[in-house]
Design a protein around this ligand. Structure first.
Ligand SMILES: Nc1ncnc2c1ncn2[C@@H]1O[C@H](COP(=O)(O)OP(=O)(O)OP(=O)(O)O)[C@@H](O)[C@H]1O
Ligand SMILES: [Mg+2]
Length: 367
């Protein structure tokens, strides 16, 4: 049931005569750092400040005199903005909440507040403020607290995982003759290599204060990417994703520790698969993997059409223990970043919320 004031917000547009508000106050409101919209007791927009019409990407004159209904059908109002105006209206005017927070298409956080009722004599005052910085501080405080605890916990879990891995390794070796008979010894080789890699990761994590010495060899980029794609293809299929390995032109060779390099690419492909499964819609998941030469460097890219990231996530991506996943450790990218830096390279990332993410690893080529 909506009140007569609520209904008034949805009335059609009518002509507005400006000059009803004291110009001094108007000047002050014009320069505050929040967006302001004021609807009078008849639901007509009588004041909008610069911040607000800037946020809506509309000009002031096309807004003054509008009601909420008119604003929602404004032909110049962008689709995403329209959705947020409607949501704010529903949450605050219809459901009676005093504030409502949302993330915009660029991943920025906003808070809308509403002041109405008797104290406003029937007028509706909406204020909109960007709160990305507060959110960042809030998350940092939470993160610092949980960081110390998580560190201890993960170290003890990592230690315990080594025992079952040793048992699995032993039994796979015992199965080797049977796999040979079936012509599947390749599977045994992959399992052993993966167990060794898991053990190395745990070892590296447990001794992360002392950087491990890389086992340097020449690594052909095409072989590296093929192997990692082969490793992840079946998992990807089960998760409804397609991995497309782009054809690589010419032989590009890097120098480094092959296990560490595999770990980095694998971390990124796993993240891509997880980002795809976390997307709400039914879009087919696509992961593109490839590499190209750029002067004396190779740029290895891993891109996905998963859920993408907001700026808060992008800011903290490489921090140890930063994760947005229920079962994530938040170590994948921090370890990857350190490995790539140890190899004289760097990782860059670009992402858009609900569209996808692209990681690019730049490394020096030796030929
Ligand atoms: N391709 C991606 N798309 C969207 N978000 C991503 C992507 N890659 C990383 N992220 C974000 O970065 C965070 C950190 O990633 P990271 O790999 O370091 O840890 P994790 O995946 O959460 O846990 P794990 O230690 O199991 O890898 C993720 O929780 C996720 O929010
Ligand atoms: Mg990860």
């Amino acid at each position: 049931m909506i009140s007569q004031y609520q209904e008034s917000l949805l009335l059609p547009a009518r002509t507005f005569q400006s000059g009803s508000m004291d110009t001094t106050y108007e000047d002050v409101l014009e320069h505050v750092d929040s967006g302001i919209l004021l609807f009078d007791e008849e639901g007509v927009l009588t004041f909008v400040n610069k911040q607000m019409y800037g946020m809506l990407e509309l000009n002031r004159h096309s807004l003054l005199g509008c009601t909420m209904a008119h604003l929602l059908s404004h032909i110049q109002l962008g689709r995403f903005k329209k959705k947020q105006v409607l949501r704010s209206y529903r949450e605050m005017v219809q459901k009676g909440k005093q504030s409502y927070e949302f993330v915009d298409e660029y991943g920025r956080y906003w808070r809308v507040s509403l002041c109405c009722g008797e104290q406003m004599k029937g007028s509706y005052l909406f204020t909109v403020k960007e709160i990305s910085d507060y959110k960042l501080i809030e998350q940092t405080a939470y993160q610092n607290d949980s960081l110390a605890m998580l560190g201890k916990l993960s170290a003890s879990i990592a230690h315990e995982i080594r025992n079952p891995l040793t048992a699995i390794r032993g039994f796979i070796q015992l199965l080797h003759p049977h796999l040979h008979q079936l012509g599947k010894e390749e599977y045994g080789r992959i399992i052993l290599a993966e167990i060794d890699r898991a053990n190395d990761i745990i070892h590296e994590f447990l001794t992360s204060s002392k950087p491990s010495v890389p086992q340097v060899s020449m690594i052909p980029v095409s072989a590296l990417l093929k192997e990692v794609v082969l490793l992840t293809e079946s998992e990807a299929l089960m998760k409804g994703c397609q991995i497309n390995l782009h054809p690589l032109h010419g032989d590009m060779i890097i120098s480094g520790d092959v296990k560490q390099m595999k770990q980095v690419v694998l971390n990124m492909i796993r993240n891509a698969m997880e980002a795809i499964t976390e997307r709400d819609d039914d879009q087919i998941g696509k992961i593109e993997v490839g590499a190209r030469r750029e002067g004396a460097e190779v740029r290895i890219f891993i891109s996905d059409n998963g859920k993408g990231m907001d700026i808060l996530t992008l800011d903290r991506l490489f921090n140890p223990f930063f994760t947005t996943k229920e079962n994530g450790t938040g170590l994948g990218l921090s370890v990857s970043d350190r490995i790539i830096k140890n190899h004289g390279g760097c990782i860059s990332v670009s992402s858009r919320l609900n569209e996808g993410t692209r990681f690019v690893i730049s490394l020096p080529l030796i030929q």
